[in-house]
Ligand binder design. Structure first.
Ligand SMILES: [Zn+2]
Length: 356
């Protein structure tokens, strides 16, 4: 979790700052973002959370570029229902850590009253729509917990940090928006030896599946998150030019047939990537004996050619049903010109896939 400068400046006490963090982490724990994450978002998410995986350099770079505006900004806008859930869990986290949970609701109310509370406010409020009666809902939850007579006050560290940031100026909403634009990947920055799969494979164990991947590629994400497996130079903070993204998808109707669920999935991917087009029909396939669906798509690659022009991307989407009836789906991605040479690797990866 990254904490934005403006948030620290807006917090009048440590409990308010803890409140925002408790609320944000509740969105993560309850998987509000990944439930509806688009292709691009899904790629961002593990990168954002596991920046550390890429080493200090990349992490520092992300921080320097300001890619650190609270987890909420990496997610699609939260629904009001998600807000209620995050407030409820946030209340419990606050209580358990000794802070007064009411400070969480107060902070939100304060931002709203101030019409945004500085640069971060409008963005924050648009990512976290007011579910209504926030303070009341928090008080109601607190009343179900054993009564506590004294909550934690401000630590000396909090006061010191408040003082240190008081003279700094946070980025404006416009600057934040500019930084969030999908970043292109320059063809010049992609190393052939990095993208070209090494002959040997290694195995990744996710809590939901196991898959093999080329030894010289990397896993972005962890065993409980959505995952991108890609050559290091084939991804940016915002996009994947080469590699595979693995995620799950909840169809609207849990009783939907695999056919229908696949249509919903394609429609949802297209909604977040409007230039994505399906070519041909979806096909029935079997993945290690399990029924699945396969479809080819084309879109725009984040890879830019030498002249900075966009290039065409080929995406191979494969999905299969998990035990809870959600879909596990994989999007194998490469610029159109390179897809053919990577296809055997993608197929080998798919053949190795085993659901748990
Ligand atoms: Zn929220």
């Amino acid at each position: 979790m990254y904490v934005n400068l403006g948030t620290i400046q807006a917090a009048d006490n440590e409990a308010e700052l803890a409140g925002v963090m408790a609320h944000e982490i509740s969105h993560v724990v309850q998987r509000h973002g990944t439930r509806a994450a688009s292709k691009q978002m899904a790629a961002q998410l593990p990168l954002a959370i596991l920046g550390g995986f890429m080493g200090r350099g990349a992490l520092a770079q992300m921080a320097a570029q300001g890619i650190s505006f609270g987890v909420g900004s990496y997610f699609l806008k939260n629904s009001r229902q998600a807000e209620r859930e995050a407030d409820l869990l946030g209340t419990d986290i606050m209580y358990d850590t000794g802070f007064d949970p009411r400070a969480m609701a107060e902070f939100f109310t304060k931002l709203q009253r101030q019409g945004g509370g500085g640069a971060r406010g409008p963005q924050f409020l648009s990512d976290h729509p007011d579910p209504g009666n926030r303070a009341e809902a928090v008080s109601r939850e607190v009343s179900t917990l054993p009564r506590k007579s004294n909550y934690r006050g401000d630590s000396p560290e909090f006061r010191e940090i408040k003082q240190r940031v008081s003279a700094m100026s946070p980025l404006t909403a416009q600057q934040i928006a500019a930084l969030k634009k999908p970043g292109g990947i320059s063809a010049a920055g992609v190393s052939e030896s990095d993208v070209s799969p090494s002959g040997s494979m290694r195995s990744f164990n996710h809590s939901d599946f196991q898959i093999s991947y080329p030894e010289n590629w990397q896993v972005f994400g962890d065993r409980n998150s959505s995952v991108t497996i890609a050559p290091r130079s084939g991804v940016s903070q915002n996009a994947v030019a080469y590699g595979v993204m693995i995620n799950d998808f909840q169809p609207e109707d849990p009783q939907a047939s695999l056919d229908q669920a696949m249509h919903d999935l394609v429609a949802s991917l297209r909604q977040s990537n409007p230039d994505l087009r399906q070519i041909g029909y979806d096909e029935n396939i079997r993945i290690n004996g399990v029924a699945g669906k396969s479809v080819d798509l084309i879109g725009t690659s984040p890879l830019q050619d030498q002249d900075g022009r966009a290039t065409q991307e080929r995406d191979w989407l494969v999905a299969t049903r998990r035990r809870d009836r959600s879909l596990l789906y994989l999007v194998f991605i490469a610029p159109d010109k390179d897809f053919g040479s990577l296809r055997p690797t993608f197929e080998q990866m798919l053949r190795s896939l085993q659901l748990r």
